[in-house]
Every structure is written in structure tokens, then in C-alpha cells.
Design a protein around this ligand. Sequence first.
Ligand SMILES: Nc1ncnc2c1ncn2[C@@H]1O[C@H](COP(=O)(O)OP(=O)(O)OP(=O)(O)O)[C@@H](O)[C@H]1O
Ligand SMILES: [Mg+2]
Length: 446
Amino acid sequence: MLEVKPKVLLIDDEESILKVISTILKNEGFTVITAKSKKEALQKLDNIKFDIILSDYRLPDGTGIQILEEFRNEDLITPFIMITAYGSINGAVEAMQKGASHYISKPIDSSQLVEIINFHLKKASFTNEIKEFEGIIGKSSQMKELFKEISIISQSNSTVLIEGESGTGKELVAKAIHKLSQRKDKPFIPINCSAIPLELFENELFGHEKGAYTGANTKTVGKIELAGEGTLFLDEIGEMPQLIQAKLLRVLQEKEFFRVGGNEIVKMKCRVISATNKNLEAMVEEGTFREDLFYRINVVHLRIPPLRERKEDIPLLVNQFLKKYSLENNKEIVDIDPQVIEIFLKYDWPGNVRELENAIERAVVMCPIDKIKIEHIPKRIINKAISKNNKNNLQTNTYNLNEIERKIILSALEEENWNQTRTAQKLGISRKQLRTKMKNLGLLPS
Ligand SMILES: Nc1ncnc2c1ncn2[C@@H]1O[C@H](COP(=O)(O)OP(=O)(O)OP(=O)(O)O)[C@@H](O)[C@H]1O
Ligand SMILES: [Mg+2]
């Protein structure tokens, strides 16, 4: 199998460092492209898709952090490793906060560098795996399963019933099935069964002939005919009046119908996909939904899990909606406070993806700066998230500054065998400062 070499962008203004690191990385099988300034790096990032980026902190026309910030606007996944000067804990903390995947302090240990690069490449390819399918975002195992089912189902002609709570993406899934099917160039016609009054329902489905009733001045084609050889999407089918249920059943059996007031047979050629947020089986038991129709429309059954059952999809969805609404509102929202994500992960999202989408849209509109913070999120969501879990967790946010600093200090301590003097030197702080930080972080008894 032909393996493509991973592409590395190496940013440093020192010729000798570029040479040494390039040689090491080339020997390890990477393609290395170099840049000697911020300007050159940004230009290359614009034109080339790299697998990993390695940047020095200080550059003649700016800093590696500035490159990182611009880059993270566009790309949240590609690993970015910052090389910081020996003894610059602040630089390392800043880099991690701004979204660096790792920091390495000089002098660089080549075997460690290769190990870190390989680790992050592997991790990124893992995250990159699948996160979108026909416009449906998701990487949870439940969504991956659903993607598989959609691709299989799209190749058949059987009726499909999509079940899912409000806002889980039922319409999105119906459209994906249509787009992947052989009917993709034919119409996709939705009918919202909850929005049509009984007296207009037949008209909507079957159309009418001229003069069928008072006011019917012209012949009108109904949605089944409009769908032609495409897909008819019966949304909220649980709301379909019983009288119409009977008529629909008949059409699904006979595959033909008359327009209202007509006697010309019209063939039904479309595929039917239905969706509901009701429990249709329970409705059948209760006698409010026809059992025979239920079996007709439910040859294949798809269930979209509610968002609370697949919370790992939340960060992906957040990114997607941030991009979408920043663009729509002409704003450059580049960042979101990790505390907000934490709240989002705790909240149960009764309105599912639609509710999340609305929350992000609102936050983008409300946000006067380039970063979404907790104050841009509806109080209702925050209160519910907090009351659900204990409030302390909010302070011990795993992404927060303390945690980043703790990681940096811990790894420096480990590298220096817990020798405080050498660790302090490495981090560029006094031994006393190090001891204070260690106490605050619970690494030393206070
Ligand atoms: N997995 C997803 N990825 C991206 N966007 C999604 C996803 N799921 C839902 N959405 C978005 O959320 C919104 C609601 O989706 P959709 O209308 O398909 O849901 P629904 O299940 O039909 O909801 P309802 O029952 O309220 O009609 C849409 O804007 C849709 O684009
Ligand atoms: Mg819908």
C-alpha cells in the first residue's frame, strides 16, 4: 500500500535549527516544509494542508502564538506544537490556552520530538475519522451506526419511519436518505402533517381538478404527484388525522389515486419517508394511529438518539454552529470559553440539536468580542446544568488555567526528577515561586 508521507510545517527563524530538525523529521519519513517568519508561515498555511505544525515562539515579525491563533480560527483539529524557550512557563501556558496541542521547551530532544509528533498525528487521525455524513454532524458510536443504516437504506425503496425527539435531526436524516438514493435528482417534497387543517389535507396530498369544489378554479397537483419519482417526506405523521390515515393507507396499498373531484387514475411513484417524535406504537395501542398504516410506513425503522445520549457530539456541533453563525452575522468568533462547553456537556438538551443550535446563534449575536463566554448563554441552561451536577465541578474545570499550569509544572518536575531547584530554573521562576505554585496546586502540603 502506498503510504502518503505526513506533511510538517516547521516554523523557525534560525537556519541551523531548521536544518537540524528538518533532517531528523525527514529521516523519520515526514515531508518537511519550512517557514522563517510569521508572514511566510501564514502564507504556506493558506495554501497547503499540513498534517502537523511545529512553531518556534519568537519570530522576527511576530510570535508563534499569533500564528496559532489565526490557524485555530480555521482549523481546530490539526496538531500545533509550540517550541518555547527554556524557562518560559508563561509562554507554555499561553500556548496551551490558545489551543496548542503540546509545547516543547528548548533544547529539543530529537527522540522526544518524534515521539510527540507521532502521538499527535495518531490522535488527530482518530478525531478526523468521521465527524460528518451528508451534513449530519456526529462522531458518537450511535451516530456512526445511524450513518451506516442511512447508507444501506438509501439503496432500497422501502418505506422508512424515522423516530426521534424534537430537534434531533429527523428532517436532516430524511434528506440524507434521499440525496444518497437513486432518486437524488428527483424532488424531495416535505409535508408537515401537524400544520395542515383536516379540510385541506386531501387537497395537499392528492391535488384537485378544476371545479372540484367552490373556489377550485384551476386544477392543482398534490404533493404525491409533485414528488413524482422522488421522495415524499411525511413529517410529524403522528399528527395525521384518522380520516387521512385511512386514505393514505389506501394509496400506499394501491399505488394509485384520484385527484379530489377527478376520475383520472394517477400513479404514485414516490418513495415515502415518515418522521415522528411521538411513540407511534403506543398510539397504535391507544387506537389513535392505525395499526395497518403503522406497518406500511414502518418497513424500515430508524431511531435518532437524543443529544443527551451522545454528548460527545456536542463539541463538534458547537464548532459547526459557531462557524455557521459567525459567518451569517459577519462576526469573527474564534473561541469559546471551556466553561461554556462544560455547561453544555452537563445540560440535558430537551430540545436536542435545535436547542443547541439556537443557543449558539443567540450567543454569537449577543457576543461583543471574539470569544463566547458564560454570560452569553441563557441563564436557564446554566442553572439547569449546575443544579444537575454539583456546583464545585465548575470551579475545578479540567481545561482551566490551573489545570494547564499543573500539567506543565508536573511534567517539568518529572523531567527533573522532582528536583525543585532545577525545575524552577527550567520553568524560569524562583524556587520560592515554584513552591508557592506547587502548594496552590496541591502538589505540596500547604
Ligand atoms: N447531527 C446534526 N448535525 C448538524 N445539524 C443538525 C444535526 N441534527 C440536527 N441538526 C440541525 O438542528 C435543526 C433541527 O433539525 P431537524 O429539523 O432535522 O430536526 P427534527 O428532528 O425534524 O425536529 P422536529 O421534531 O422539531 O421537527 C436543524 O437546523 C438541523 O440542521
Ligand atoms: Mg422536523
